[in-house]
Each structure stands twice: as structure tokens, then as C-alpha cells.
Design a binder for this molecule. Structure first.
Ligand SMILES: [Zn+2]
Length: 433
């Protein structure tokens, strides 16, 4: 295979001469992988954070530095519900912010509430108790915190390099950003020479018309079970996206969220490219409606292997049979794509491929044996174009962008043990990255 000018120019048994020659030595050459659901800024910020998921809340006391403590990975199963008073008991002399493992919630201590001015601010994202006192809990307050805390933007280039090392050459960032600055940080990083990824961005409805020069994916619509919007609000969000010529990607992890989203699609109509993000619970009776609307479910296979036991313990008994569908959706003709949801999930697509094949939880339970797919099929979930995530896997043929992933082993060997894969070289636009 030869590439020039950023594109593949020749595939065949005899390669024309080239300036740089790479001998694949029998290793598989694949199109670069696509992660169809990531959060790049949150990944970059997580690199400078304390992981309380691994170290427990006591790790907050050992955080390096003197000023802000940023922590990630909190879940109620670690130490119950968290609020400012519990954080103050651990750390009172520095501002602390702790992110829930799902990325949907921040908890601030009193010093952090004072520093950000959120103690008194009448922002709807700041939760208050019956007496009007801020609890420290901030629902989906990422943009608000970034604006109040300031500081230099996180190093997106570094996390992009980590993703490229897995053989990934393209991502869709699904952050429901409401602040144009979020998209501009991504655009600035992506413009830099040698940036290894093609990036598509979403953003919330408020940014539906904003163009920062990156490929524009669907508008992200967030439905949170704890405070579900009205059907009218969801319909309005869809209509707004349509007005900007955009598709929609709807965050659906519960039965109620999916029912609400489908009701909106029934009224507004679906378009090719509309997506259900996660689809953590897809009741079997809704599968036909997903197919009828032509919706794509963007699943995260790694979450089953990382948190499967937690899902089995937490969801309603009626929902257990419908958790993280994959194989049954494909068999029913529903389009499926895969993403990592990094940093909230494992960014390694090879782990995800093994997880989709095995569906083994940390305790060794198989979650939904009927949902298993082959490693070969799972790889294909990472090979479709960014703008057609459940489409046919991209192929290496003359004319396509030279976005490539070279493995150290033949494909059969690689897919027999996906977690042991060695990515030798990743190429983006003809350049080794
Ligand atoms: Zn996400």
C-alpha cells in the first residue's frame, strides 16, 4: 500500500517506490480506529486529578499542591452520598471539587463554593437544601466551573497522543458543552501540526449554530432521570438542532429517558445520523421503534467489563434483561457503534473489543450472554466513518484518507486475544503520528 498527499494512492502486490518504507512484517494494516463517544477536555483534565475511585476519599488529604484539588471517580458505592459538609470534614483549608464517576455531578467543599462565588449565585445548577443553603452539589456544571475557576486549558494534545497509541485516528466528542470556549480549545488543539486525530464535535443546543472549523456531529441532548425535561422541551431541543441543519445524539441510560426520547422522535421525526448515546437500558419492546426510526445506538462495551456488577446490583429487576444490548440490536437490524465514554470509561478500544466478545463483569458473571458478538464484529464497531457510525467499516483503498493502524500481529492473532494487541504504528493523513 502506498500513500501520498495524505491519501491512499495504491493497494496491490507490487508497491511503487516511496520516500518512507514501513515493512509491516505480516502485521495487520487496518483503517485507523474511530472512538464514537469521548470527552477530550475531561480526559485531559483528569490527568491532573486525584482518583478517589481508586484511592478512596482519604486520597483528597494527600493531594499534591496547595490550591485547588480536582478529584474524579466518585461513586456512592464508595462512601455513600457526598456533600460539602462531608468534604469539609476531610479537607477544609483548600478548595476541593470532586466529580462523580458518570461525569454528571460535581461536589464542592465550602472553600470551593466561596472561591467560585457559587455559595450565593442563583445558578440553577447549584443544588440547595430546604433552607436555601448550597449543598455543594452541582449538576452538569462543567462549563460553569471552568468559567469560575479559570486557568490554562487542559493539554488535549497529550490525550490525543494516548488515543493514537491505541490505533485511533478519529473521535467524536459528545460533551454537551454550552460554552463556545470549550469547542475553541478543541479546535486550537486540532489545528496544531501533528495532531493525531480527526475530531467531530457536538455541543449542547445552545451551540447548535456555532462552527469552530471542526467537523460538526449531532447536537447533544441530555436527559437526566433525576430531573427529566418535559416532552415539549425535548421536542424544542430537536427542532432547534434541525434548524441548524444538525442531527441529534440523545443521552439515554434509563428506560424513562429512552421512552421520552422516542416520544420526541415520534413527533419530530428521525434523520439519518440521529443517535442514542449509551442505551444502557433498552427494553425489548422498544427495539422495533429504534429500528423504525433508523436510530443508531452508540454503546460502551468496556462499561460492562468495568462496572457490570454494579449495574446488576443497581438497576430495577425488570431492567436486568435489557442491560447494554449489543448483539440483539445488531440481529434486529438496529445500527450499533462503539465508543469509550473516556474518561468515564476505559479509552482502550482493544479492551472494549474483548469486553463486547466476553461481557464478563469484574466478578466473572456474564452479563447478557445473548448480547455477545465476535471480536471481528466488535472491531467493526470502531471502523465506521465518524458521520455514519453504524455504517460499513472503512476500507483501505485508493482515494481514502491515509488514516491507518498497523498491528504487530496478523488480524487473526490480534482478534484471538484483543487485550494483548500491539499497535506498532498509527498514521494520520499519511504522517506517522
Ligand atoms: Zn459521555
Amino acid at each position: 500500500m502506498r500513500c501520498a498527499g495524505g491519501a491512499v494512492t495504491h493497494v496491490g502486490p507490487v508497491a511503487p517506490p516511496a520516500d518512507v518504507v514501513v515493512d509491516a512484517a505480516g502485521g495487520a494494516l487496518l483503517p485507523g480506529l474511530h472512538d464514537h463517544h469521548v470527552h477530550l477536555l475531561a480526559m485531559a483534565a483528569a490527568r491532573g486529578s486525584v482518583d478517589v475511585g481508586a484511592g478512596g476519599l482519604a486520597a483528597l488529604r494527600r493531594a499534591p499542591g496547595r490550591d485547588w484539588v480536582r478529584a474524579v471517580g466518585y461513586h456512592e458505592s464508595l462512601a455513600g452520598p457526598l456533600d460539602r459538609d462531608r468534604l469539609d470534614a476531610l479537607v477544609a483549608d483548600r478548595p476541593v471539587r470532586v466529580q462523580h464517576r458518570t461525569g454528571q455531578l460535581w461536589v464542592l467543599n465550602s472553600a470551593a463554593l466561596a472561591r467560585t462565588g457559587l455559595e450565593a449565585a442563583p445558578d440553577v445548577a447549584v443544588e440547595r437544601d430546604a433552607n436555601g443553603r448550597a449543598t455543594g452539589r452541582l449538576v452538569r456544571g462543567d462549563d460553569l466551573l471552568r468559567e469560575r475557576i479559570g486557568g490554562p486549558p487542559p493539554d488535549v494534545g497529550a490525550v490525543a497522543g494516548e488515543l493514537a497509541a491505541f490505533g485511533i485516528t478519529g473521535v467524536t466528542d459528545l460533551t454537551p458543552a454550552t460554552d463556545r470556549g470549550h469547542l475553541e480549545v478543541l479546535a486550537d488543539a486540532a489545528r496544531r501540526d501533528g495532531f493525531p486525530l480527526e475530531v467531530a464535535v457536538t455541543g449542547a443546543g445552545a451551540l447548535a449554530d456555532v462552527d469552530v472549523g471542526l467537523r460538526r456531529g449531532p447536537v447533544k441532548v441530555v436527559l437526566d432521570d433525576a430531573r427529566l425535561p418535559s416532552l415539549d422541551d425535548v421536542v424544542a431541543a430537536f427542532v432547534r438542532a434541525r434548524g441548524a441543519g444538525r442531527t441529534v445524539a440523545v443521552h439515554c441510560v434509563t428506560r424513562a429517558e429512552l421512552v421520552l426520547a422516542l416520544a420526541a422522535w415520534d413527533l419530530v421525526g428521525a434523520r439519518p445520523g440521529d443517535r442514542v448515546e449509551h442505551g444502557a437500558v433498552v427494553p425489548v419492546e422498544l427495539v422495533d421503534r429504534l429500528r423504525a426510526h433508523g436510530l443508531v445506538v452508540v454503546t460502551q462495551p468496556s462499561l460492562v467489563s468495568a462496572r457490570g456488577d454494579q449495574y446488576l446490583a443497581d438497576v430495577e429487576p425488570d431492567d436486568v434483561a435489557h442491560l447494554w444490548r449489543c448483539g440483539s440490536l445488531l440481529a434486529s437490524g438496529v445500527g450499533v457503534a462503539a465508543g469509550s465514554d473516556a474518561p468515564y470509561g476505559d479509552p482502550d478500544p482493544w479492551h472494549a473489543i474483548a469486553a463486547a466478545r466476553d461481557r464478563t463483569t469484574p466478578s466473572g458473571t456474564v452479563l447478557g450472554a445473548g448480547e455477545r458478538i465476535t471480536a471481528h464484529r466488535a472491531l467493526a464497531l470502531f471502523l465506521a466513518p465518524l458521520d455514519d457510525p453504524a455504517g460499513a467499516p472503512r476500507r483501505i483503498e485508493p482515494g481514502v484518507p491515509a488514516d491507518l493502524c498497523l498491528l504487530a500481529e496478523p488480524l487473526g492473532v490480534a482478534l484471538a486475544a484483543p487485550t494483548a494487541v500491539t499497535v506498532r504504528t498509527t498514521v494520520r493523513g499519511g504522517q506517522v503520528v
